[in-house]
Ligand binder design. Structure first.
Ligand SMILES: C[S@@+](CC[C@H](N)C(=O)[O-])C[C@H]1O[C@@H](n2cnc3c(N)ncnc32)[C@H](O)[C@@H]1O
Length: 293
């Protein structure tokens, strides 16, 4: 039995969209934005997931069985098949009725292959309404994708530059045990407020990321401060100690830190560039003990 995962195939964030899907076990890309997987579609979990479900039938149209009297929605994007949905349905033996989005059965028609999918009735990722956001807060969708690259439910996740805590909020929302710190008291208060507003738990303290001493947690996430403080040279004390802080990590920076990370002996396993209107965010993922789901 296989499953289809459909992701938002937007060109701007393509690298991150693909990396997130692969990190969660999306499997084989069968059409732009469409994966065939052995794992059930994780509705609401993927930041960029837009649909999917269990494959009920697969193959050429003449073999696709639909339940008697069924209505089917023909998904045109992201496969970009041209033609009327009614023409596609007319090619199925039982000629089911056309239904708008949101119905239980969906038909995907990528080149040369057809899939009838029983959809997973659950919401797509929704950004939470957080009481505290600043101009440097990460967008929640981006934060969720980053968390999904390295963390799994139950992991202990730490953010040493937590700001308003958007990464910790997303880690907590998937079931991680979160803690964080920031050198600014205001950030500490705001991260606490954001977690509390969603009924999430997390220990937030004031601390300097450059002098942290702690037992390693499972995952470190961090959206590094812009400006001089943590740029290449000054980052050394932080990146040197990454393995003593966590087994796996995902960092965001506004500069390319690959050289510094590699020189410190932790070459990133993944480096993505995520463009924004005014600058490029660099995402680095590293460490060990990565597992699917
Ligand atoms: C880019 S912001 C993080 C934004 C955060 N991801 C959010 O969504 O709000 C960087 C944060 O690093 C903090 N910071 C800067 N230097 C620091 C240091 N040496 N130790 C701890 N925090 C630091 C700043 O106070 C700021 O809150």
């Amino acid at each position: 039995m296989s499953h289809l995962w459909r992701v938002d195939w937007q060109p701007r964030w393509r690298g991150l969209v693909e990396a997130e899907a692969q990190a969660l076990g999306a499997g084989r890309l069968v059409a732009p934005g469409l994966y065939e997987s052995e794992r059930p579609y994780l509705a609401g979990r993927l930041a960029f997931g837009v649909g999917g479900g269990q494959v009920a039938a697969q193959g050429p149209p003449e073999t696709l069985e639909t339940p008697k009297g069924a209505s089917v929605h023909v998904v045109k994007a992201p496969c970009k098949q041209s033609g009327s949905p009614l023409e596609f349905l007319a090619r199925l033996p039982q000629r089911p009725a056309y239904a708008p989005r949101g119905c239980e059965l969906e038909l995907y028609c990528p080149e040369g292959d057809w899939y009838l999918v029983r959809t997973t009735p659950a919401p797509a990722f929704l950004a939470p309404a957080l009481p505290r956001r600043t101009s440097t807060s990460l967008p929640s969708q981006l934060a969720r994708a980053l968390v999904n690259l390295v963390a799994r439910p139950g992991d202990r996740v730490f953010d040493p530059v937590c700001g308003t805590g958007v990464l910790l909020v997303e880690a907590a929302r998937i079931g991680c045990e979160v803690s964080g710190s920031d050198q600014s008291w205001k950030a500490v208060r705001w991260a606490r407020e954001n977690l509390a507003a969603l009924g999430l738990e997390g220990a937030i303290a004031r601390a300097n990321a450059l002098t942290l001493e702690s037992e390693p947690c499972d995952v470190l996430v961090g959206d590094l401060p812009y400006g001089l403080r943590l740029e290449s040279a000054d980052l050394t004390p932080f990146v040197d100690r990454l393995p003593s802080l966590a087994h796996r990590w995902a960092l965001v920076a506004n500069t390319d830190l690959s050289v510094g990370l590699t020189a410190a002996g932790h070459p990133p396993r993944l480096h993505l560039e995520v463009p924004k209107a005014t600058f490029v965010r660099h995402v680095f993922v590293g460490g060990e003990g990565f597992s699917a789901l």
